[in-house]
Design a protein around this ligand. Structure first.
Ligand code: HEC
Ligand code: HEC
Length: 332
């Protein structure tokens, strides 16, 4: 009885009475220690906003508008799908010129605040990424041609509302800014965040996976609330990545962008939020099983090969990073 009362007292302070009552006890000390470590090294993401700003609402329209592609059908959503948590489930996608993309489509969730955009970090911000997609995946020959299309469509008043101080608001730069504002609302709090708030303990398998994720060294690169996106790193620190992924051809990564030897095989560390939903994995979609992707990482990044049970536990932890697709990630 005494133990129950104490536990409930602590529980009220920490997590609220209803949860404490449901669990009938506070978490054991080792769970609290794990929670504190995870909060310090990783961290939680906010819920999406209740309302969209005019710029974000405009970005939402543009993201889903097939008329913004030169072929009239390949909108941003063609390769960043709601039913795939903002990715598309393919190794490569077909762009508006009918050509396969050079790399796998990453999710558009949690892209704000990253060190750079795209696998090779060759675009500086989500706005830059979106603006240049007009002359990339969306197939326009020039920015001027894309701007002419914006002017031909019924967007002018939305641009004026979103960018009231701009003398000439309809521009490809503001197309990028509006989409960036929209993408910044695509936050997906998950079971893991409830764990950080003390509302759940996670299963023992998920906790074991989290502890392995912290202890094996994954968080040297995958850290912060998005669990990555903060640095560019070599893929294949201890041995060539293609030996583990079977990749052919072998993408030289950022080297092809900068021509600096130090950038050979360097890619952006992807955020792992929703990673269980965004396979196939890696820049070339070369691995179709998440536990296998975990084994590849442990092997080529850390030189610490993992057995199946440990890789499965880490995959179980990674699945706790799967949040709900925001309802407004849909055609308006
Ligand atoms: C034909 C498929 C396709 C279309 C259409 C497309 N994308 Fe992408 N997107 C990709 C691929 C592939 C990449 C990765 C390219 C790379 O890294 O080289 C990517 C990367 C991104 C990224 C970077 C994410 C990260 O974590 O680095 C963002 C953001 C993004 N796209 C947003 C958009 C927006 C906004 C549009 C519309 C303006 C769009 N995409 C249209 C396929 C597509
Ligand atoms: C030295 C830095 C580093 C370490 C350590 C590291 N990673 Fe990675 N991780 C990366 C990079 C870089 C990529 C992108 C590789 C590519 O080009 O596809 C990546 C990709 C991934 C992916 C694929 C994500 C996707 O969207 O396709 C998963 C899953 C992953 N890492 C999990 C882990 C796990 C689990 C560990 C620990 C066992 C780990 N990583 C350790 C740098 C690192």
């Amino acid at each position: 009885m005494r133990r129950f009362v104490i536990a409930l007292g602590v529980g009220c302070g920490l997590v609220g009475a209803s949860v404490a009552l449901a669990q009938q006890n506070t978490a054991p000390p080792e769970v609290e220690t794990l929670r504190a470590r995870a909060a310090e090294i990783l961290g939680s993401v906010p819920p999406p906003p209740a309302e969209l700003s005019p710029a974000a609402a405009l970005g939402r329209r543009l993201f889903f508008d097939t008329r913004m592609a030169a072929d009239g059908k390949t909108a941003c959503v063609a390769c960043h799908l709601p039913e795939r948590h903002g990715a598309d489930g393919l190794r490569f996608s077909l762009d508006a010129r009918g050509k396969p993309t050079a790399r796998n489509s990453p999710t558009v969730f949690h892209v704000d605040g990253q060190i750079a955009q795209r696998w090779r970090g060759d675009r500086t911000s989500p706005a830059h990424q979106a603006e240049d997609s007009l002359v990339g995946s969306l197939g326009w020959p020039t920015h001027d041609a894309a701007r002419a299309q914006l002017l031909a469509l019924d967007y002018e008043s939305d641009f004026r509302a979103a960018f009231p101080d701009a003398p000439d608001p309809v521009s490809t730069a503001n197309f990028g800014r509006a989409i960036e504002a929209f993408e910044a609302t695509l936050s997906t709090p998950a079971l893991f965040d409830a764990f950080l708030r003390g509302e759940t303990w996670l299963s023992s398998e998920q906790r074991r996976g989290l502890a392995l994720f912290l202890d094996t060294g994954c968080t040297a690169c995958h850290n912060g609330p998005a669990v990555g996106g903060r640095s560019l790193q070599r893929f294949g620190v201890v041995k060539p990545y293609a030996e583990a992924t079977g990749s052919d051809p072998v993408d030289e990564g950022r080297f092809a962008v900068t021509k600096h030897e130090a950038d050979r095989y360097v890619f952006k560390v992807p955020p792992l939020r929703n990673v269980a939903m965004t396979g196939p994995w890696f820049h070339d979609g070369s691995v179709a099983d998440l536990a296998q992707a975990v084994r590849v990482m442990a092997d080529v990044q850390l030189g610490k090969p993992l057995g199946d049970a440990d890789a499965n536990a880490i995959a179980a932890f990674l699945a706790t990073l799967t949040g709900e697709v925001p309802p407004h990630f849909s055609a308006p």
